[in-house]
Design a binder for this molecule. Sequence first.
Ligand SMILES: NC(=O)c1ccc[n+]([C@@H]2O[C@H](COP(=O)([O-])OP(=O)(O)OC[C@H]3O[C@@H](n4cnc5c(N)ncnc54)[C@H](OP(=O)(O)O)[C@@H]3O)[C@@H](O)[C@H]2O)c1
Length: 238
Amino acid sequence: MRQHGPVARVVVVTGGNRGLGREVARQCALRGDTVLLGSRDPAAGERAARTVQPHVPGRIRPVRLDVTDTTGLAALAADVTATEGRVDVLVNNAAIHYDTWQDAAHADLAVVREALETNVLGAWQTTLAFLPLLRRSPHPRVVMVSSEGGSLASMGGGAPAYHVSKAALNALTRTLAGDLRRDGILVNAVCPGWVATDMGGPGGRPLEDGAASIMYAVDLPDGGPTSTFTRDGRPVPW
Ligand SMILES: NC(=O)c1ccc[n+]([C@@H]2O[C@H](COP(=O)([O-])OP(=O)(O)OC[C@H]3O[C@@H](n4cnc5c(N)ncnc54)[C@H](OP(=O)(O)O)[C@@H]3O)[C@@H](O)[C@H]2O)c1
């Protein structure tokens, strides 16, 4: 089902080559969207696109996208300006270092720095790179794939790089949402729940369900909420 009439949306998904990113790309393309499936390894992106494309009506276009590569992001934005002309939805999904093996009192700060670089600054600079293209969209949305692990309300010990980086991503969500509200750009954070991916490990819920939790914020109607944090469309305490 398309949400905004007959024109297919242009959706950018970071970390689209596996896990939740690939499933979000699939669910968007099922709705008829043009999906720029971002992958830092182009071969992995092409493999993912080949797997998904035959089963969806939308177009999957694999693109090289490393959220830590400022120059590469600028080049991709220039390419997308020339080819697609706009971006309707940016899904900042890529993340690293669910560091359950350490605690804050014994943290390897090199791991923490890497997590902040990818999970926070990566999402931030990817958003900045695509902002001019989002401004060309009649229905712009930015979706931050966060985690309840970043909720200050429930935060205790453990996984310090991951938890601190997701708390910062939540702060970025609210700050950007405030700054972009008057431009009609909806910026929301979502938790997919515990999902059986490489990061989540076995035992989590199916990919389809985790991605559906993300699609809630992808599919928000015009005039929909901004600056929210939800799982399955229901509020998660910040
Ligand atoms: N799984 C869960 O239970 C769970 C729970 C809560 C939140 N989340 C969140 O959901 C999102 C997706 O998680 P997942 O479980 O699908 O993780 P995953 O299976 O580990 O996949 C992570 C994806 O991010 C990509 N990535 C990492 N660094 C990147 C970079 N610098 N530039 C571009 N892409 C990069 C990876 O690419 P490579 O293949 O090149 O490494 C991969 O495609 C993350 O934000 C995660 O924090 C997951």
